[in-house]
Ligand binder design. Structure first.
Ligand code: ATP
Length: 197
């Protein structure tokens, strides 16, 4: 079964696009949701995170996300230590999920795929892009975030230009109806490629 990576910068609309693939019957694994679920439920992960950041990292048995985010936001070393705890657990969880899927292909959605080199493990990769102004408007509306917060997060990510050179398919997510048409087209291309291989 083919595995297709789906990614995009914050507010690009990758989860929205993943929803369209689901409508076409494609199973979708959302790595960020899995990471959150594992941080909430896995005692092993909890213990490792407390060892890394201290007892304040959990409150009432749940991760203190603001505290953890503040520890890693400007500290690449701490971020990579956190990722070294979460990524292998997500990978294991994904493998067991994958075994239960029956479809022409499955999608793995993650905020970062090119940056970590993970895209190399997939048969295809899809990048969702949108003009910066639209991304900002969407995030302001969805999260009530300030422009500064959004821009700081954007500046921490690779640019769309850099990522688009590495992607097999691009989806420009402006108008939803157009986005859905692009998804339909890519879906049929991937199914065709599956038949030819
Ligand atoms: P994040 O990186 O923050 O998780 P994301 O890339 O997964 O974001 P979405 O959550 O899919 O992005 O979209 C961000 C917001 O923009 C959501 O509220 C979504 O409903 C809205 N949105 C996405 N695409 C469009 C579109 N084409 N037109 C209007 N609103 C959109």
């Amino acid at each position: 079964m083919k595995i297709v990576g789906l990614t995009g910068g914050i507010g690009s609309g990758k989860t929205t696009v993943a929803g369209f693939f689901k409508e076409f019957g494609v199973p979708v694994y959302i790595a960020d949701d899995a990471g959150k679920r594992l941080m909430n439920n896995s005692p092993e992960i909890k213990n490792k995170i407390i060892q890394l950041f201290g007892i304040e990292a959990y409150e009432n048995n749940l991760p203190n996300r603001k505290f953890i985010a503040s520890k890693v936001f400007n500290d690449k070393e701490q971020l990579s230590k956190l990722n070294a705890i979460i990524h292998p657990a997500v990978e294991k969880d994904f493998k067991s999920w994958r075994e239960k899927q029956f479809a022409g292909y499955i999608i793995y959605e993650a905020a970062i795929l090119f940056e970590t080199g993970a895209y190399k493990k997939f048969d295809f990769s899809i990048l969702v892009t949108a003009p910066k102004e639209l991304k900002i408007q969407r995030l302001q509306k969805r999260d009530g975030s300030s422009i500064k917060e959004i821009k700081d997060r954007m500046n921490n990510q690779w640019s769309d230009e850099k990522k688009s050179m590495m992607a097999d398919f691009l989806i420009e997510n402006k108008e939803l109806a157009q986005t859905k048409l692009q998804v339909e087209h890519i879906h049929s291309e991937i199914l065709k490629a599956g038949k030819n291989s």
